[in-house]
Design a protein around this ligand. Structure first.
Ligand code: FAD
Length: 276
């Protein structure tokens, strides 16, 4: 059972709780991206089990009238065991996602090549139906976006959550913000749609609106559960908004990351624990 303090960032431990949260979001015109928490499995059994859980979740979504999809970490479905395991499990998910959609999260830079290769294969085979995340802080991303521009899927641009070495990544916040803008502009000009803006940054959201006005490209905004939710509901009145919704029994380390990344979240958690 998840304590109330963590339920701001995590929907619950079970798929049923995640689907209930998706329903509540849908009632507010926000779509749901469900993520079963888990990563870095080095045994095939765990990777296969999580893949199976995702397959069942996709079937549940397909049977419901929910606007929801899933997002999966490569190392959760086998990348640390071998690229072939990751590919096989992703194929199962893409096959199961009839009327819904599968996102692939991006992990640290050592996984980028394998992740993009599997994404591109699946997206071409399935004529879309899958999406991948790319990270603005990685110096390679300019080339990756050129490669992805004519692949028939969606691409989520984020700033990047991993502490990467300086030979492969920009380390200064200002530089990452500048390239994030450059890449957004490139996507709005060169992609035929399927642009996903994965950011809570009000400046990036405003810039996205300007780009949409100028180029008319289809896009969606993606934010995390528990972060700027009022902004999510406001934006959803005019734009397509998706909330990334983690769930599952491995919620503690995810909750800890959310709390530690921001002083305000730490205060929120402390107040909740002290009952004030
Ligand atoms: P920041 O650059 O951290 O902050 C800029 C401004 O945004 C702040 O000044 C503030 O105004 C606002 N803001 C940011 N956070 C908060 C907050 N908690 N509360 C209130 N205001 C806030 N990273 C990966 O490496 N791989 C992934 O697959 C991946 N998937 C993601 C999926 C989604 C849907 C999202 C939203 C992020 C994902 N990320 C992923 C994380 C991403 O890389 C960033 O680390 C994270 O989003 C922080 O960057 P930011 O642009 O949101 O804002």
């Amino acid at each position: 059972m998840i304590p109330p303090v963590a339920s701001r960032f995590v929907a619950g431990e079970t798929p049923a709780e995640a689907l209930d949260h998706a329903k509540e979001l849908n009632e507010r015109n926000v779509n749901a991206i469900l993520n079963l928490l888990g990563e870095h499995y080095d045994d095939r059994r765990s990777a296969d089990e999580d893949a199976e859980t995702y397959v069942r979740l996709l079937e549940d979504i397909d049977r419901s009238d929910l606007s929801a999809c899933v997002s999966v970490k490569p190392s959760q479905v086998g990348l640390d065991v071998g690229t072939h395991v990751f590919r096989e499990n992703m194929e199962r998910l893409a096959d199961a996602a009839d009327d819904t959609f599968v996102w692939i999260d991006m992990e640290d830079h050592t996984t980028t090549d394998a992740t993009l290769d599997v994404y591109e294969e699946l997206a071409r085979e399935h004529g879309g139906g899958v999406g991948v995340c790319v990270q603005a802080n990685l110096k390679r991303t300019e080339d990756d976006l050129e490669r992805l521009a004519d692949v028939p899927g969606k691409v989520r641009l984020v700033k990047g959550a991993y502490d990467e070495p300086s030979d492969v990544a920009y380390k200064q916040k200002e530089r990452v913000n500048a390239v994030y803008r450059e890449y957004l502009a490139y996507m709005f000009q060169e992609f035929e749609g399927g642009v996903a803006v994965g950011s809570h940054d009000p400046a990036m959201i405003e810039y996205t609106k300007d780009l949409h006005e100028e180029y008319g490209t289809d896009f969606e905004i993606q934010m995390l559960m528990g972060v700027r939710e009022d902004a999510q509901y406001d934006l959803a009145r005019e734009y397509e908004v998706w909330q990334y919704v983690p769930y599952g029994d491995k919620w503690l380390s995810y909750f800890y990351r959310r709390v530690m990344e921001r002083k305000e979240n730490l205060l929120f958690a402390a107040r909740a624990v002290l009952g004030r």
